[in-house]
Design a protein around this ligand. Structure first.
Ligand SMILES: *[C@@H]1O[C@H](CO)[C@@H](O)[C@H](O)[C@H]1NC(C)=O
Ligand SMILES: *[C@@H]1O[C@H](CO)[C@@H](O)[C@H](O)[C@H]1NC(C)=O
Ligand SMILES: *[C@@H]1O[C@H](CO)[C@@H](O)[C@H](O)[C@H]1NC(C)=O
Ligand SMILES: *[C@@H]1O[C@H](CO)[C@@H](O)[C@H](O)[C@H]1NC(C)=O
Ligand SMILES: *[C@@H]1O[C@H](CO)[C@@H](O)[C@H](O)[C@H]1NC(C)=O
Ligand SMILES: *[C@@H]1O[C@H](CO)[C@@H](O)[C@H](O)[C@H]1NC(C)=O
Length: 520
């Protein structure tokens, strides 16, 4: 109850008229007593009816008016000498938010169909049986009292709605005021008015899904969820049912743990009509299940409807296997990519050893390699002690080094031309000194480039022993650079035979399967 308003407590024992009725106990030795259980007192205390605010009337206890201290547990007890029965009822006293509270909890839900006439009576007004009380009733709709007079009229204590409309729905509040023993008393009741469609036409449940032309796609082996949508037309105070059957058996009758169907859920609501959904879950859907008859049915007092769900197995789509396959393919590709980038030299050498041809059988050249280098330079030591040794004794190439220093006149001598022409490869160890005019190194280079550029079978390979700036390269070399392979010596790192340097060099040199010594 609101603080400061009248409260009446109804003894809940009389909620069961077959067990107890007030008229019966009037003639018996039973008496009705009210007790109270407060937080301050451990024991139940009899109600002091001498207090002017408390008044016992038949099966009611009136509190006129209730204050915050009146909140608590009240006990009504039926007792005679030999027996006693009692029950508790809790009273809550809340603060009233102004004259009218829009957020109030309704005391009553009232459903009114469209276009119908209805008289609203303030609840509990009929309980005011006190003699000689004069009372008045005020009505509000959404806390507004000036709405009445057009379609809705105040008639005495009641509010009459002549023809129910959508705008008439919502919260109605009535405040009853009366005088008693010289005091003004009042109580407030909130009514929630709900508008519903009139009870006309067919009220048989309508099954939207499964529709007759609807096909439910199912995946074998998966958990399949079949959904049933039903419109349950508004009917007063009636429980309507939706359920699934599998081959005419409900889920309960089937008692198979693979099948389950949770309670229907409310999907939508309009003016009393309800759109409800109930699903059927089938675990490990098998091919046999495809042959079963899955029906969704709905029933109310007006009729029954049923509809079969037509199932079709979805094409088996091996998502997992496919993604695994894709993953493996990608991983393989990645692996091959990595292998190629790390071992491409080895792969090329391997390829050549299988499919390459030995040039010795197709030409009549004397040497495999002609090494050209600048004499009296840093490179000389490398050429004579490392390059030559490895090529000859490790790889078995026939190596020619034209072992004479600079020639007078600076012309390409016949000997140099002849030896270069007799070689399959010209390995040029690039050095700043290569550029020195008139040196043997330059002659060799010129001979090689000329031979190569004029369609000879000689190939020129460059080795860079120490990094040198492009600018100081001889112009012949600079011009040919792009067409030539340059292999870089990286000091100690390149020394082992398994190093990149030697592999690269081997790839550029003729293919060799066996060793053969040849000197020039
Ligand atoms: C109680 O007694 C009155 C007369 O005192 C009688 O009219 C009434 O029917 C009785 N009620 C019952 C339930 O026996
Ligand atoms: C007391 O009331 C009970 C019913 O509640 C009844 O059965 C019993 O006979 C009554 N006892 C006396 C002494 O009236
Ligand atoms: C009124 O209806 C609402 C919503 O359905 C419900 O929560 C509430 O308990 C009802 N109140 C009464 C007094 O029936
Ligand atoms: C009610 O009160 C009025 C005065 O307000 C008095 O005339 C009338 O006799 C009373 N009736 C009863 C039944 O007490
Ligand atoms: C259900 O019943 C109504 C009324 O009898 C009917 O119009 C409707 O076609 C029926 N079938 C389904 C699947 O709702
Ligand atoms: C299932 O629904 C179909 C209509 O879709 C109906 O013909 C059939 O009789 C129903 N079966 C059961 C067992 O209700």
């Amino acid at each position: 109850v609101y603080e400061g308003e009248v409260a009446y407590l109804y003894c809940p024992l009389f909620c069961h008229p077959t067990l107890y009725s007030y008229s019966q106990i009037q003639n018996s030795s039973l008496s009705l007593l009210w007790y109270r259980h407060t937080h301050t007192h451990e024991l139940e205390q009899p109600i002091n009816l001498k207090l002017h605010t408390l008044h016992k009337d038949r099966e009611y206890l009136w509190i006129q008016p209730a204050s915050a201290q009146d909140a608590g547990l009240y006990i009504c007890m039926l007792r005679n000498i030999s027996s006693c029965v009692k029950i508790g009822v809790e009273l809550k006293v809340v603060q009233k938010d102004g004259e009218c509270d829009l957020k109030a909890q309704p005391h009553l839900n009232l459903t009114i169909p469209f276009h119908s006439k209805r008289t609203l009576t303030c609840p509990d007004l009929n309980k005011l049986t006190l003699p000689n009380s004069t009372h008045s009733v005020s009505w509000y709709h959404f806390c507004n009292s000036h709405l009445f007079g057009n379609g809705r009229e105040l008639e005495g204590d009641d509010l009459v709605i002549y023809s129910m409309k959508g705008v008439y729905r919502g919260l109605y509040t009535c405040v009853v005021s009366y005088q008693m023993n010289g005091r003004m008393l009042q109580f407030t009741r909130n009514i929630n008015v709900i508008v519903v469609v009139p009870d006309a036409g067919s009220k048989v449940p309508i099954i939207l899904n499964p529709a007759s032309d609807q096909i439910y796609m199912v995946t074998l082996g998966d958990t399949v969820t079949l959904s049933c949508h039903v419109i349950l037309p508004h009917l007063y105070e009636e429980k309507q049912h939706i359920w699934w059957t599998i081959d005419k058996k409900t889920v309960e009758e089937l008692a198979d743990p693979r099948f389950s169907s949770p309670e229907a859920t409310l999907a939508s609501y309009k003016d009393g009509d309800e759109w409800k959904e109930r699903v059927l879950n089938v675990m490990d859907f098998s091919a046999d299940d495809l042959q079963r008859e899955f029906n969704c049915s709905a029933r109310n007092s007006r009729g029954f409807n049923t509809s079969r769900a037509v199932l079709k197995a979805e094409l088996y789509f091996p998502t997992l296997e496919l993604s695994c396959g894709l993953g493996v393919t990608l991983a393989l590709m990645l692996m091959m990519f990595v292998i190629y980038h790390v071992f491409w030299l080895e792969l090329l050498l391997l390829y050549r050893s299988w499919f390459g041809s030995d040039e010795r059988y197709t030409d009549d050249k004397q040497y495999d390699v002609y090494i050209s280098y600048a004499r009296n330079s840093e490179e000389e030591e490398f050429v004579l002690s490392t390059l030559r040794r490895v090529l000859e004794s490790e790889f078995g190439y026939s190596v020619c080094i034209f072992d004479r220093d600079s020639l007078p006149g600076g012309t390409i001598t016949d000997d140099t031309l002849r030896f270069v022409g007799q070689s399959r490869r010209l390995v040029v160890v690039v050095s700043p000194c290569s550029a020195v005019r008139g040196t043997q190194a330059l002659l060799e280079l010129q001979a090689g480039l000329t031979s190569m550029l004029h369609g000879g079978s000689l190939r020129v390979v460059l080795i860079q022993f120490k990094p040198i700036r492009r600018k100081i390269w001889v112009k012949e070399l600079r011009r040919a650079r792009l067409a030539l392979t340059l292999i870089r010596w990286k000091g100690e790192k390149s020394a082992p035979l398994s190093s990149r340097f030697w592999k690269q060099l081997q790839l550029e040199l003729p293919m060799r399967r066996d060793t053969q010594d040849s000197q020039c």
